[in-house]
Design a protein around this ligand. Structure first.
Ligand code: ZN
Length: 78
């Protein structure tokens, strides 16, 4: 059985990491500069060329314009 993905916890860790490392203290959309995001429940499996294979990514969607940022699902932001 696949491990359940906790999208709320992932977003909390992502935003905490951004606050610690960003001069602006927020994760802003590169298209419209909004800082309001929705994390989708689940992951997307991407096929990576060059013998890398598959990587699971977490889609994070800008609430204003729909831009999608992707983060590796195993990222712990430590
Ligand atoms: Zn946007």
């Amino acid at each position: 059985m696949a491990e359940e993905f906790d999208s709320g916890a992932f977003l909390d860790r992502l935003l905490a990491a951004v606050r610690e490392t960003s001069d602006r203290g927020s994760f802003d959309c590169p298209v419209c500069t909004s800082s309001e995001w929705t994390i989708l429940d689940g992951t997307i499996t991407q096929q990576v060329s060059g013998g890398v294979g598959e990587v699971k990514v977490v889609p994070v969607v800008c609430n204003n314009c729909g831009y999608i940022a992707q983060f590796a699902a195993g990222q712990d932001f430590s």
